[in-house]
Design a binder for this molecule. Structure first.
Ligand SMILES: [Zn+2]
Length: 258
């Protein structure tokens, strides 16, 4: 049964759903993040694993990341340029020769919306790169307060719907495309686990490409703090892993009846 079919009763016992382990490695994937660095935090090790097995990894970043600093006197246009550079470097570190496109929608950091215009642009990217799997923020994560993460998550979901159906945005002139699966990180409810044993170091290395975020997001401005940051990432993935019987894991909500 298609879980997205209209008119279905509510599911009262979500724990009844079995957690799945490891998708078949897709031939291409598109990860959609609100800001430069969100993709690496959310699914970097999974992308690194897939890329190592031949998957072409595309990135789509919705905002310009121009508010990602604690310095009130920062040149935010310059910061946005630096963050584009950092994102391209992070993508290269994750997937090497299997790096696909890195697209920036360029909406102002902190002001992302999920209206028709934004949905159209996300659908255009999905139709253009034709990913087997789309990954994004879980927009239904409870008590989330950053609006960009919520809107970027909605755009990933609603962008898939618009991309798959031929009469949505037909004027784009690009054939519709239906991905096989949608994985949402920061999952409010975990349905799927990717075993990322052996790929945690790649994720950490890619996160280190975001040098502009060392002070604010990562709170790592000296080697000791950087080591503590690395430990936090490693222990988080190890914690997920031990819960699901693998060495290290990233976890997702999974929608695959697209
Ligand atoms: Zn973010």
């Amino acid at each position: 049964m298609n879980a997205n079919e209209p008119g279905q009763p509510a599911v009262h016992d979500s724990s009844a759903r079995a957690v799945t382990l490891d998708l078949q490695v897709p031939s291409s994937a598109l990860a959609i993040g609100a800001h430069p660095d969100d993709v690496e935090f959310g699914c970097g090790a999974t992308l690194a694993k897939w890329a190592a097995h031949g998957c072409v990894v595309h990135h789509l970043v919705c905002t310009d990341g121009s508010k990602g600093t604690w310095d009130p006197t920062a040149d935010t246009a310059r910061l946005a340029g630096q963050r584009r550079h950092e994102q391209r470097e992070a993508a290269r570190r994750l997937s090497g020769g299997n790096t696909g496109t890195v697209t920036f929608l360029g909406y102002v950091d902190g002001e992302l919306d999920s209206g028709l215009e934004q949905r159209r642009r996300v659908a255009e990217v999905i139709r253009t790169v034709q990913p087997d799997v789309v990954l994004g923020h879980d927009p239904w994560k409870r008590y989330r307060i950053h609006p960009d993460h919520r809107h970027a998550g909605l755009l990933a979901c609603e962008g898939v719907v618009a991309a798959r159906d031929p009469h949505f945005f037909a004027d784009l002139g690009i054939a519709h495309h239906r991905p096989a699966a949608l994985l949402l990180w920061e999952a409010d409810e975990v349905h799927h686990v990717e075993d990322v044993s052996g790929f945690v170091d790649v994720k950490v290395d890619a996160l280190h490409a975001h040098e502009s975020q060392f002070e604010s997001t990562m709170r790592a401005i000296d080697p000791e703090q950087m080591a503590a940051f690395d430990d936090r990432i490693r222990s988080r993935l190890a914690g997920h892993g031990s819960r699901y019987g693998v060495g290290a894991a990233e976890v997702f909500a999974r929608i695959d009846d697209l």
